[in-house]
Ligand binder design. Structure first.
Ligand code: PLP
Length: 379
């Protein structure tokens, strides 16, 4: 049995979503831009799919632009916001715990002469709004804050942050990386008040290779990819209709199941925490985090790479920090000021609506086995 508890890294594609992709590839395979009647079916399907994604996001279809992934959406948002504000200033505010899809393009702008303020996390893995208030300046042109942190499962106060930015009078656009929040915590871009927001298909049971960016109605951004003028001229390239169809189907199903899935994931998270507290004293939560699907744990003093391998050999899939780090120490845990033994032993368990109690039981058995057979490292 595989106990797949790494759903923040990626999710299993739902069969209905895969089927939608197959139909788009084998039946509606026409180029949506072609002019004959058969192709207009593909164009109509594309717009229906956009409407389905928009409905799950809670925005207008006109505000949804398809991209290739969450990383692309984040990169575009940062670059486009800098371009948008180029006559107004060169100051950016973000958080020290963003994903590299935001941090790296921001760092590139820093090298080009922008000034960047990195808000540090609180002990709960969130952001102190007073610090944001102090950081805002008349030349702040971008504030980028994620809604749910991928390593900690903390929920950041994006709505309140947007209000502070608006009140300050700073000319900043507000971008939100909602890749880990989409269909996991209820929100709409309008309820948050953001200008730009990134989501990704493969975190919500669609295939890899599809993402979207919410661009607030009325906001005119510079195109990201130039060419044939697809996606309203903003992101050219023949639309990946199969991935889009699958994403739309996953959004429809995900929206219908959302509240039940959130309750189910929260129940599994609570069950995991309870069993660990009772049965595996070597393991403790880094923080409990308010998102229902991410649980940051640490086996203090042990090496999480070894733990992840031991669990993996038993079919239990969890991640040592974020899978996106590829073995590099986590900037999030560093920003959280965890001690080195806590950081070394940190690992992440993450659920989906499909996760089961049996999978958690396999995790607990694996952790007990690891606690019995592994030794704390001497470093
Ligand atoms: N932002 C966050 C918070 C993420 O967790 C991830 C992926 O793990 C990304 C962005 C990147 O998304 P994608 O894998 O679709 O490029």
């Amino acid at each position: 049995m595989i106990a797949y508890l790494d759903n923040a890294a990626t999710t299993r594609v739902w069969p209905e979503a895969a089927q939608a992709a197959v139909e788009a590839m084998t039946e509606r395979y026409f180029n949506p831009s072609s002019r004959y009647p058969a192709a207009s079916g593909a164009a109509k399907a594309l717009e229906a799919d956009r409407a389905a994604v928009a409905k799950a996001l809670g925005c207008s279809p006109k505000e949804v632009t398809f991209t290739s992934c969450g990383t692309e959406s984040d990169n575009w948002a940062v670059r486009a916001a800098a371009e948008y504000g180029r006559r107004k200033g060169k100051h950016i505010i973000t958080t020290a715990i963003e994903h590299h899809a935001v941090l790296n393009p921001v760092a590139e702008l820093e090298q080009e002469g922008y000034e960047v303020t990195y808000l540090q996390p609180t002990a709960r893995g969130t952001i102190d709004l007073a610090e944001l208030e102090r950081a805002l300046r008349p030349d702040t042109i971008l504030v980028s804050m994620m809604l749910v942190n991928n390593e900690l499962g903390s929920v950041l106060p994006v709505r309140e942050a947007v209000q502070i930015v608006k009140r300050s009078g700073a000319p900043a656009l507000f971008h939100c990386d909602a890749v880990q929040a989409f269909l996991k915590v209820p929100f709409t871009p309008k309820s948050l008040g953001v200008d730009l927001l990134a989501v990704s298909g493969h975190k919500v049971h669609a295939p890899k290779g599809i993402g979207a960016m919410y661009i607030r109605n009325g906001l005119k951004l510079k195109p990201f990819i130039l060419g044939g003028g697809q996606e309203n001229g903003l992101r050219s390239g023949t639309e990946p209709t199969a991935q889009i169809a699958a994403f739309a189907r996953a959004c429809e199903l995900g929206l219908a199941r959302r509240d039940a899935d959130i309750a189910h994931m929260q129940e599994l998270k609570d069950y995991t925490l309870r069993r660990i507290a009772e049965e595996v004293p070597q393991v403790a939560p880094v923080i409990e985090g308010d998102a229902p699907h991410v649980l940051a744990l640490t086996m203090t003093g042990y090496k999480s790479e070894v733990l992840v391998r031991v669990l993996g050999d038993r079919g239990v899939c969890v991640s040592a920090g974020s899978a996106c780090h590829r073995g590099r120490p986590s900037h999030v845990y560093a920003a959280m000021n965890l001690t080195k033994p806590q950081r070394d032993g940190a690992f992440r368990v993450s659920f989906s609506g499909d996760s089961t109690k049996e999978e958690v039981d396999a995790l607990i058995d694996g952790l007990k086995f690891a606690a019995k057979t592994l030794f704390p490292s001497m470093s």
